[in-house]
Design a protein around this ligand. Structure first.
Ligand code: DX5
Ligand code: ZN
Length: 222
């Protein structure tokens, strides 16, 4: 199933609650929350306390993308603040399997991400432990960057590995997604589309979400 996940990184943080409500009413399927520690990526965003506050205002599925070093240290905190899906970066630790198992034990949905230059095959041994994989389609750290087409190779490789292994795993793409690139990514096999600037920067969020979903639907065959 195709799902659209607005990323709050592109919203007006002075009105965070209203912005979340806006995309919820506009038909968002998930809410994408980018956590950055200034170490794994050269930017700092927000942490569990902010997520906890918006949890009280929203019924959306919270898709928490951890761009932090050694994420195992914080799984209990993010599970407690109301995350539903927790994504860790393959490159951020050496104990990925253990951290993914900790996410599952906390009752949350485990997911793992790769940066654009990381080859997709590294994720093969982790597929039994995840429900989603996230292929970064820009370098993580900042919103508003340009989609990197070469990352579609990873999406295609992962879709083949998932099909061959008989797994039920979503493929999420994140960075530079709008209606055109949503179609490119869905054609390669992605079914969860994160979009920050193309939704929060649009005059009509509902229309932006619909356009991303519809163009992905047309191209998705996996
Ligand atoms: C980047 C973040 C993205 C970002 C996407 O590190 O992971 O979720 O918010 O923003 P856009 O859609 O503007 O590229
Ligand atoms: Zn993200």
């Amino acid at each position: 199933m195709i799902r659209v996940a607005p990323s709050v990184l592109a919203c007006d943080f002075s009105r965070l609650g209203e912005e979340v409500e806006k995309v919820e009413k506009a038909g968002a399927d998930l809410l994408h929350l980018d956590v950055m520690d200034g170490m794994f990526v050269p930017n700092i965003s927000f942490g569990p306390d902010v997520i906890s506050s918006i949890r009280k205002k929203s019924g959306l599925v919270f898709d928490v993308h951890l761009m932090i070093e050694d994420p195992g240290r914080y799984i209990a905190r993010f599970a407690a603040c109301g995350a539903d899906i927790i994504t860790i970066h393959y490159e951020s630790c050496d104990n990925q399997r253990q951290v993914l198992e900790a996410i599952k034990s906390a009752g949350k949905i485990p997911s793992v991400s790769i940066k654009p230059a990381t080859p997709a095959f590294v994720l093969e041994p982790l597929l039994p432990y995840v429900k989603m994989v996230l292929v970064m389609t820009v370098e993580p750290g900042f919103g508003g960057q340009k989609f990197i087409p070469d990352t579609m190779e990873s999406v295609r490789t992962l879709r083949s590995m998932i099909t061959a292994g008989g797994y039920d795993i979503d493929i999420e793409v994140d960075g530079g997604i709008g209606k055109e690139t949503a179609s490119t990514a869905a054609e390669a096999g992605a079914n969860v589309l994160v979009a920050g600037s193309s939704i929060f920067g649009a005059p009509d969020a509902e229309r932006a979400i619909c356009e991303i979903r519809e163009s992905a639907k047309k191209s998705y065959t996996a």
